[in-house]
Design a protein around this ligand. Structure first.
Ligand code: UTP
Length: 297
């Protein structure tokens, strides 16, 4: 049984890197092959045993929650056509999770978005999943993070090695070794974190990726965290305050699996091609076409 039953999925950012594509539709609704990216994120939580998902949304993002409602007219039309396969896919999204929505009101930063979840979450550890990061279902990370939080308390972040020149796109962490009883999981203690440092100031090339298992102690710290980089209330700054406090440890699970970025047009294209090539129904034909296409360039 998982100790974590709730996930918080902030999607209320302005998505500036993806304009104008996301001017009128939420970034989380951009399709990745045949499902919007938000569906991959909620499915990842469900696979980890988390069935309560709180979306932190903003203006014009109603479609995200609608995606998880039943759609009786559409389902009837598919049933009448005898299209059992598509009907099953449409209905599967209805049962993935219990979806809740809180409005952020104003996009004041990821830390502020997470703080709006305080009433729903209560006094228990909870997951946070950023929709820009898709984790390959074959390489799950949330179960290891939940187990690490259960053993070590405090909060747990996800880390991934990146090329040194890439670190300024992420939060970066200074880490120390730590012993745990968790088999096959690379856990480290995090002593320092900084959001999007210049490469020469980065404490390591371990990048913070968009998965967290946070202790409820984060909320009090977020309430007093001043705006930081980009004048936004940064989750990384609040975690750094906790790590420095000595009372709420922060650990990291180092992820070595497949992760896809959908936050900007170039990485989004790479994600669609990677997951398209792996798709059980479309992959073979798509790859054959792609090989010809590339050969002809
Ligand atoms: P990002 O920093 O990637 O921001 O936020 P963004 O708005 O999505 O995209 P850019 O950088 O402007 O192109 C990381 C996650 O936190 C959410 C975003 O929706 C994204 O899922 N977020 C960010 C909020 O929910 N509220 C905020 O105020 C800021």
């Amino acid at each position: 049984m998982t100790t974590v039953t709730k996930t918080v999925i902030p999607v209320a950012g302005l998505a500036t890197r993806f304009q104008p594509a996301t001017k009128a539709i939420p970034k989380a609704m951009l399709p990745v092959v045949d499902a919007p990216s938000i569906e991959y994120v909620v499915a990842e939580a469900a696979a980890a045993g988390i069935s309560d998902a709180l979306l932190i949304t903003g203006r014009g993002q109603g479609a995200i929650a609608d995606h998880f409602d039943s759609a009786p007219e559409l389902e009837q039309a598919l049933a009448d056509k005898g299209d059992e396969e598509r009907l099953a896919k449409v209905q599967a999204t209805n049962d993935l999770a219990r979806i809740h929505v809180v409005r952020q009101g104003e996009a004041l930063g990821l830390g502020h978005a997470v703080l709006t979840a305080a009433d729903h979450v209560g006094e228990v550890p909870f997951a946070v999943q950023l929709g820009d990061d898709l984790i390959d279902p074959r390489d799950e990370i949330l179960p290891a993070m939940i187990a690490a939080q259960a053993e070590l308390g405090g909060s747990v972040i996800a880390l991934m090695e990146v090329a040194p020149e890439q670190i300024s796109l992420y939060g970066s962490a200074a880490v120390e070794p730590v012993q745990t009883h968790l088999p096959d999981t690379d856990v480290v203690r995090v002593s320092y974190m900084v959001e999007k440092p210049a490469p020469e100031d980065a404490p390591s090339n371990l990048a913070m990726i968009g998965r967290y298992v946070l202790g409820p102690g984060i909320f009090d710290v977020l309430r007093t965290t001043a705006p930081g980089r980009g004048n936004e209330i940064q989750l990384t700054d609040a975690l750094q305050n906790l790590a420095a406090s000595g009372t709420h440890p922060v650990h990291g699970v180092v992820f070595r699996g497949r992760r896809y970025d959908t936050g900007n047009p170039l990485d989004y294209l790479k994600t669609v091609v990677s997951l398209g090539a792996d798709h059980p129904d479309l992959g073979e034909d798509f790859l054959a076409w792609l090989r010809d296409y590339v050969a002809g360039r």
